[in-house]
Structure formats: C-alpha cells, structure tokens
Design a protein around this ligand. Sequence first.
Ligand code: ADP
Length: 167
Amino acid sequence: MAKNNKVAIYPGSFDPLTNGHLDIINRAASIFEELIIAVAVNGEKETLLTKDERLEIIIKATSGIGNIKVEFFNGLLVDYASRNDVFTIVRGLRTLSDFEYEFRMAIMNRNLDNSIETIFLMTDEKYGHISSSFVKEIYNLDGDVSSFIPDAVLSYLNKIKNEKNNK
Ligand code: ADP
C-alpha cells in the first residue's frame, strides 16, 4: 500500500492547549494537507481537564484552521497511526530536556513500527518557555496565564473555575 504522506498526526496531552501548541498546529497544518490532532486519553495520567474538555478547547481554538481534525487516541501511538494509515508524527521541541525525551520516544516508536517517521518542529522563540505544566501550576495558584494560552482556552478555564467556585 502506498504511504499517505499528506496527513500527519500531532499527538499530545494538551492539558491545556497553549500558544506553543497552537503555533506548532498552525505550522504543521501549512505543511500537510491534513493534520490530525490526537488527544491522549491515558487512564493513569492525572489531568487538570477531562478528555472532553481538552478536545472541546482544541476544536474552539483551531476553528479558524480548515485542514484539521481533532480526535481522541488511546493505547499505542504507532497503532493509532497505522489504523489511520498515517505515517508521519509531528512533535514540538523546546529545550534540551525535550530533545532527550522526544529522541527516546521517536526511537522507541520506530522500533515498534519502522514505517512511521517522527518529525520535529522547533518552537518559535516566543513560546519556548511555555509548557502546559507551568500553565497549570500558575492557574491553580490563581496567577495570570493569559499570555500563555489562546483566548478560547482562557475563557474556558475561567468558566470552569467559576462553576467550581459556585458549587
Ligand atoms: P505530551 O504529554 O505527549 O508530551 P504535551 O501536550 O505536553 O503532550 O505536548 C505535545 C507536544 O507539543 C510535545 O512534542 C511537546 O514537546 C510539544 N510542545 C509543548 N509545548 C510546546 C511549545 N511551547 N513549543 C513547541 N512545542 C511544544
């Protein structure tokens, strides 16, 4: 079967989506005909947002980009990729520590399925310091996260915080 090189998968936890993620999404969507944003559903990982919230946020924040599909994925990424006939995985790189982790994961995935290639987009310097984990920490301490996340994410986070406070 011919490889479909026109579609790529951008997998992640996106807990929550940040401006750094959105930049990678915009850039990958301009390279590939279609980009599948695959939201990891991992039963063991504790997340700030539920899988449905993470998916809904991404759909809202990317509504202006045409060639995008947002889906959940569960289990092994290489299995999800081959089920979708997609052979290219996109990941973002910020720091040396990202490199180390991403390097090991890409090699591991290639060992599991050598038809799948991982490509990396270097962060834009504006977003190199932004991570979901810092956003979560600052948000949980009532700090201002507005410069790190898209407006659609901020209004969603504020909405769920108000709902929790009113309970
Ligand atoms: P995961 O739990 O799979 O690492 P994340 O949602 O944290 O998922 O990140 C998904 C991908 O996006 C990873 O490749 C990560 O390195 C990349 N990424 C995260 N933040 C940024 C950023 N600010 N700039 C560029 N890439 C980023």
